[in-house]
Design a binder for this molecule. Structure first.
Ligand SMILES: Cc1cc2nc3c(=O)[nH]c(=O)nc-3n(C[C@H](O)[C@H](O)[C@H](O)COP(=O)(O)OP(=O)(O)OC[C@H]3O[C@@H](n4cnc5c(N)ncnc54)[C@H](O)[C@@H]3O)c2cc1C
Length: 448
């Protein structure tokens, strides 16, 4: 049996995050990774997706060119070349990360690990014991138990598909469906989003989501809520999705049907029982320090944590906390209150802190400052199709408890609000700032 101080299962953002403090403290660290180092974010998630989003942005700018008195021909997108550009941009990331891990003194082992004891794993026939083992194995699409599920594709397939389909159905109306749906719609694809729940994009403020829904429908995206997908059948060369909405059975045909019904922790194949790790259907029970409740030598971080936001900076942050807890003892706890999140539709929806509904549910006395900014000079200058914000401020303290922005460079502005919230800068103090003019940031003064 080989021994290490720390063995990390998974070489994504979370796993990488663990290596910083543990290696700085001189602990021996092994990282097990069956696929590409970097995991989902650079190889199959944020980065390749953003390449497609950037192209869709360019198409959006071209669509509005006439309002700047510019005449352009109808743009033509070479989808195959765009997918090649996406691949080219990320090609050398795993090898650069191998270099980084080598410089940091982490032993990377290629293979898939399983637990064989409370402090031991097996990978490629090697048995390794460690004082601490970290589960950083990420997430996978939630399996959809419906007839015809074998016809479903997922976001990995979309990011690898050199053929631009004519029509796509997304099953599930979450972040990935909206982001990829906007890209496809801008590329001329017929897009339908079917969501079983009454609300789309559940984690975001409902009024902000209403703006995104409106803009999505303006683009021609068909959206149905309370739509239960029953089955997927072959219909000649295409696929037929049968769903029930308002008690009526309906069908829609498409070339691709993408499973966007959420992602679940990828821990099924780890033999958690052998590691004495208690879980409920793959949801590992953890304490405030991200340790398994049943086996405190085992930590969990990133998307493998079932109830924290599935975001790459959160995975890195949690990995960092796990690394520090391994070195210092269980002292550090994650705090998710000021972590911003963006939905990269075009325009984007950016958000930090509480939604208005959550703030009121918590009994806070708040004022929601809601602004339709479309007739503000900055929005008119850039011919924005949507520009909207809601800033939620606690009445007694003037502290900002939530900010939600659609369009208006919100995915950048949101960091100013996150910074203010984290460091207790009040709404009047933020409004007092002298900003560059004319900028979108300067509008913060008038948003609350
Ligand atoms: C299409 C898409 C777009 C996204 N866009 C964004 C975005 O714009 N912004 C954002 O913040 N987040 C985004 N995310 C989410 C983000 O990618 C994840 O939150 C983040 O990558 C999670 O990091 P992780 O380290 O927890 O998991 P991962 O990066 O998934 O890493 C887990 C690693 O564990 C490995 N592994 C699995 N099983 C084993 C095993 N048995 N033994 C050893 N290793 C194993 C896997 O191969 C994988 O490399 C996106 C996700 C998707 C799918």
């Amino acid at each position: 049996m080989e021994t290490y101080d720390v063995v990390i299962l998974g070489g994504g953002n979370a796993g990488m995050g663990v290596t910083v403090a543990t290696r700085a403290a001189g602990l021996s660290v092994a990282m097990i990774e069956p696929r590409d180092l970097g995991g989902t974010c650079p190889n199959r998630g944020c980065t390749p997706k953003k390449v497609l989003v950037a192209a869709a942005h360019a198409l959006d700018e071209i669509e509005r060119a006439d309002r700047h008195a510019i005449t352009v021909d109808r743009p033509r997108l070479d989808w195959r070349a765009l997918i090649e550009r996406e691949k080219e941009l990320i090609r050398d990331i795993p090898s650069r990360l191998w270099g980084l891990m080598a410089r940091r003194g982490v032993d990377v082992i290629s293979g898939e690990a399983v637990f064989i004891g409370a402090n031991a794993i097996r990978v490629n026939g090697r048995e390794i014991e460690a004082r601490n083992i970290v589960i950083a194995t990420g997430s996978k699409p939630r399996p959809l138990p419906i007839p015809g599920a074998e016809h479903l594709t997922n976001s990995d397939d979309v990011l690898n598909d050199p053929e631009l389909p004519r029509a796509v159905v997304f099953v599930g109306g979450g972040v990935i469906a909206f982001e990829l749906g906007h890209v496809y719609a801008r590329a001329g694809v017929d897009v339908t989003i079917l969501e079983a729940l009454p609300q789309l994009l559940g984690a975001f403020d409902a009024d902000a989501v209403a703006r995104i829904r409106g803009e999505s429908e303006r683009l021609g995206i068909g959206i149905r809520t309370l739509a239960w997908v029953k089955r997927i059948d072959k219909a000649g060369e295409r696929l037929r999705v049968t769903f029930v909405a308002d008690g009526v059975e309906c069908a829609v045909d498409a070339d691709r049907v993408v499973n966007c019904a959420g992602r679940v922790a990828n821990v099924e194949g780890l033999d958690l029982g052998a590691g004495v790790i208690v879980h409920r259907e793959g949801r590992i029970e953890i304490d405030d320090h991200l340790r398994s409740r049943s086996n405190p030598d085992i930590y969990v971080c990133g998307d493998a944590v079932w109830n924290s936001p599935q975001l790459s900076p959160v995975a890195t942050y949690e990995g960092g906390i796990v690394g520090r807890n391994i070195v210092d003892g269980p002292k550090h706890r994650p705090n998710y209150a000021h972590i911003p999140a963006s939905l990269y539709t075009i325009p984007a929806l950016a958000s930090v802190g509480l939604t208005e509904a959550k703030a009121r549910e918590q009994g806070l006395r708040v004022k929601a400052h809601v602004n339709d900014m479309q007739d503000w000079l900055s929005a008119r200058t850039y011919t924005e199709t949507v520009a909207w914000s809601k800033i939620i401020v606690e009445e007694t303290t003037d502290q900002i408890v939530g900010a939600h922005i659609v369009g208006h460079a919100g995915e950048e502005l949101i960091h100013i609000f996150a910074l203010a919230m984290k460091h207790g800068i009040t709404a009047p103090q933020l409004a007092e700032m002298v900003y560059c003019f004319p900028t979108f940031s300067a509008d913060i003064r008038n948003m609350m």
